[in-house]
Design a protein around this ligand. Structure first.
Ligand code: NAX
Ligand code: K
Length: 496
């Protein structure tokens, strides 16, 4: 894949820095220089000129504070009025000396209110309190109190140094006090917390500064970009026919929830698949909406189970239980959604993709002995998606404003492609159908490399989100409109 955005953990970053530091490469100098350029750009955008601009630097005990102080020194030399507020007893001495020599002013954090007023009155606050040395538990002590006092007075424009201070760098946790940023300038590599929910939003716009690091091992979390979709999509070969392109079997909907059957098959039909087979009680409605759909049993390459299937629906349950046997015995890939999550066998392979939202994941974990509720899952989506993958063997696509996917061989994706308008009834049914079509089209490849199911799930989330934007840019969307926008969205992505 070409453009995939990769992130690496604090430990991986530190290990990658080591040989460069040992060789005397001035990493902090490079980081601080790049940071000061981004800050200068932001100041020019906001007030036209650097001269006379006021920047307040919040300085923590470590190298993150060092970066901020050195950048502050470079800004001071260009006519910016820089005040550094030291939030800890320890401070990076080289940075402090450089700032003082450049004419910057330094305050110890003694009167909280004065420091907060100074920060709120500044054109820009540079947050160098904590970087990859953070334990992720939020800002404590004086720094935490200062940030709370600042936020209470009205948040200034904030540039985070490396990561927003207090954020869970490796897991996106947001516990305690975190200083939300408008812009984050991240050094060496991007960090998982910048793309994972719930913290990712704290980063604002993210810019990456290349320090020449070569981290070892696989990236911790990746995000697919538009240009990656073409490499994953089952584009038909010139001699393709409907069976070689893949058939997806859909077991969805019921008399009570007939719309789910229509929307799920819409997702599959519009995503482009050789054939959609429908099994269920509302075939008349499905065929009325989509004459392309074939009703009844037959060979399929992948399945979609569950949208609109209620627990008391004996007929659909029977069909799903029967088809799940195929999934287990023949390795046919499947999307297991909504009502079918309760029918998931104790263990399946990663070719089965479960697509819960936070509440459904909490329930599924509860059924397997984990005492978690929806709020727990929302606070640590990666942790619990991982746990569900470990417990079930399935690839897990955890829906949310940032969708997290955990699959085989350590694959983790975080996709943030959808407008908030997509949080609407039926949107998940469309996603399930769309993903089913993708799995059917690439069934053979998924059987050969089960980690591909995670990449396809991430691609489905991306396409789904983009289709929502396309359906009605900047405004409300109905699930059917998202399905209808799929062909155009996919054509555009294949040309990207
Ligand atoms: N190591 C390097 O060579 C480079 C490091 N760089 C910068 O250095 C940063 C990492 O520096 P450090 O390792 O000194 O660590 P930090 O500056 O992130 O943190 C310093 C200390 O804060 C304390 N702390 C941790 N969690 C806390 C919490 N929740 N509340 C209050 N205090 C807490 C700990 O004592 C920790 O050691 C990076 O994020 C980056 O900004 C860059 O200059 C590039 C090169
Ligand atoms: K920071």
């Amino acid at each position: 894949m070409r453009n995939v955005l990769q992130t690496w953990t604090s430990a991986q970053v530190r290990a990658a820095e080591e040989p460069l530091l040992a060789a005397g490469v001035p990493l902090m100098g490079r980081a601080a220089f790049a940071l000061h350029v981004w800050v200068a750009d932001a100041l020019r955008d906001r007030r036209g000129t650097l001269t006379g601009a006021r920047v307040v630097v919040l300085v923590g005990p470590g190298n993150n504070g060092g970066d901020a102080l050195h950048a502050g020194a470079l800004l001071a030399r260009r006519g910016v009025e820089v005040h550094a507020v030291l939030t800890a007893d320890r401070v990076h001495q080289g940075g402090l000396t450089a700032l003082r020599a450049a004419g910057g002013r330094v305050l110890r954090l003694e009167r909280l209110e004065d420091a907060a007023a100074l920060a709120v009155g500044a054109d820009l606050v540079l947050d160098g309190v904590l970087g990859i040395g953070s334990d992720g538990s939020g800002l404590r002590g004086a720094a935490g109190a200062l940030v709370e006092a600042i936020v209470q007075r009205g948040r200034p424009y904030v540039v985070a140094v490396d990561v927003p201070s207090g954020l869970g760098v490796d897991d996106g946790r947001r516990e305690g006090v975190v200083l939300d940023a408008d812009l984050t300038v991240s050094f060496g590599t991007l960090k998982p917390g910048l793309v994972l929910p719930p913290g990712a939003r704290a980063a604002g716009r993210v810019e990456h500064v290349d320090l020449g690091l070569e981290p070892a091992g696989a990236p911790a979390v990746v995000r697919l970009e538009a240009a990656d979709v073409a490499d994953l999509w089952p584009v038909p070969a010139p001699d393709a026919h409907k069976y070689t392109r893949g058939v997806v079997g859909v077991v969805a909907g019921s008399r009570a929830y007939a719309g789910a059957a229509v929307l799920t098959t819409s997702g599959a039909v519009r995503a482009g698949v050789g054939m959609v087979r429908y099994l269920g009680d509302v075939a008349d409605l499905v065929v009325a909406a989509h004459p392309e759909v074939v009703v009844g049993h037959g060979r399929v390459q992948a399945w979609v189970f569950g949208p609109g299937v209620s627990p008391d629906d004996a007929g659909q349950r029977r069909r799903i239980e029967y088809a799940v046997q195929h999934v287990r015995e023949r390795g046919e890939p499947a999307v297991v959604d909504a009502g079918a999550l309760d029918l998931l066998p104790p263990h399946v392979g990663p070719h089965a993709v479960i697509t819960p939202h936070a509440g459904e994941l909490a329930r599924l974990l509860g059924q397997r002995g984990e005492a978690v509720d929806r709020a727990d899952v929302e606070a640590e989506p990666l942790r619990w998606a991982r746990r569900a993958h470990e417990l079930t063997g399935a690839t897990v696509l955890l829906k949310g404003s940032v969708t997290v996917v955990v699959g085989a061989r350590g694959a983790v994706y975080a996709q943030a492609d959808a407008p908030p308008w997509l949080a609407t009834a039926g949107a998940g049914d469309v996603l399930a159908g769309l993903l089913g079509a993708l799995l059917a089209g690439r069934a053979q490849a998924v059987q050969e490399d089960p980690s591909l199911a995670a990449a396809l799930a991430a691609a489905a989330a991306l396409v789904h989100g983009r289709a929502a934007h396309r359906a009605n840019p900047g405004g409300p969307v109905a699930a059917q409109a998202v399905a209808d926008a799929l062909p155009g969205t996919i054509a555009e992505l294949l040309g990207a």
